[in-house]
Design a binder for this molecule. Structure first.
Ligand SMILES: [Zn+2]
Length: 347
């Protein structure tokens, strides 16, 4: 089958690889119909070191179940399913606590252990606990929005939850990528009154406004902090969604958050220690977040997608075939595209 393999910095290829197949009795084999390229895929795309093993990329997908292992009870061939970016058994102590990314039998797609989903097919471990069957056909018009339940919409929601967004709150969102834009949707959905987007790309800002952003801050660093504080009566925002993962983004987040407020971080951190710990301490700021337990949120978010109350699929501004995926990486890396949806048509 064809699959996406990252070989080195800026070197991503579509190659013939051994067909995905069932390995464990709890596995499902899923023919991928839609996948996507994630902002987090750009980190290894930019930073992979010489000598690292080639990596099978992709952790977001919708597909059709082709086969299931002997222990799989809740899925059958032909089911249309959405795949969270982490697999989980749904039965362990952490799954019961809604923290499926810490599942004791869990793990992540697109790693050395489990091959990625930017491919014709993917092996899904712990299929019963991981996959969610969708009540739609594989070509439903809602596919783009349903696909965001694999990662970005649920991740934006997680940032909002970690930042304690609630009715009447003031929210700032750092990052105008797909996750930040979904963070705007999530903040609005949870009742935020004022939503400030920090970003500078006109197309992304327009989408943020369509999703419910009330204010835009296009400055950076200290100027961005000053502008955001001015927009909040000098107090700062109750909730800040940090959707980037850099030292600078976290500094800005802690600069903007109101005393007693919370920062929800979902950008994969590329800093060793959380910066600005002194102002965070003196302002009693909560810093929370991590990889989103997507599987815990799908039941909550799915009805809003199916009934059209939220349209996170609008973050996809480019559609590519599997063979065009390398150009999709290039386009996202150069900020030509917000997020690329990959349509596979092989099966
Ligand atoms: Zn578990």
């Amino acid at each position: 089958m064809r699959a996406t393999v990252l070989h080195g910095r800026g070197d991503v290829r579509i190659e013939n690889v051994p067909d995905a197949r069932l390995v464990e009795p709890s596995d499902a084999l899923v023919a991928v119909t839609r996948a996507c390229i994630c902002g987090s895929d750009l980190w290894p795309y930019q930073l992979m070191k010489p000598g690292e093993n080639p990596r099978r990329m992709g952790h977001e997908a919708i597909g059709v179940v082709e086969a299931v292992g002997a222990d799989v009870r809740t899925l059958k061939a032909g089911d249309v399913v959405v795949m969270p970016f982490a697999y989980s058994d749904g039965t362990c102590v952490f799954c019961h606590e809604g923290l499926h990314t810490s599942c004791v039998r869990g793990g992540f797609f697109g790693t050395v252990e489990v091959a990625g989903a930017q491919a014709e097919a993917v092996r899904v471990p712990q299929a019963d606990g991981t996959l969610v069957a969708l009540p739609v056909g594989a070509d439903d018009a809602l596919m783009p929005s349903l696909l965001t339940l694999s990662d970005v919409m649920a991740t934006g929601h997680h940032a909002a939850r970690a930042a304690k967004v609630g009715r009447g709150k003031t929210v700032a969102v750092i990052g105008d990528g797909a996750v930040g834009l979904c963070g705007v949707i999530a903040a609005r959905r949870l009742g935020a009154e004022q939503i400030i987007i920090l970003g500078r790309h006109p197309d992304r800002i327009a989408l943020a406004k369509a999703f419910g952003a009330t204010d835009v801050v296009s400055e950076r660093g200290e100027e961005a902090v000053a502008r955001a504080r001015a927009l909040t009566g000098g107090f700062g925002a109750h909730s800040v969604l940090e959707c980037v993962g850099t030292d600078q983004a976290m500094r800005t987040a802690i600069g903007i958050v109101r005393p007693g407020g919370a920062v929800g971080r979902v950008g994969v951190p590329h800093y060793e220690a959380i910066p600005a710990s002194e102002p965070a301490f003196y302002n009693n700021v909560t810093v929370g977040g991590g990889p989103a337990p997507v599987r815990a949120y799908i039941e909550e978010l799915l009805p809003d997608v199916l009934e059209g109350r939220i349209e996170p699929g609008r973050v996809f501004d480019r559609v590519s075939s599997l063979e065009q995926v390398p150009d999709g990486y290039r386009a996202m890396n150069q900020r030509e595209a917000i997020k690329v949806m990959v349509k596979t048509s092989s099966r």
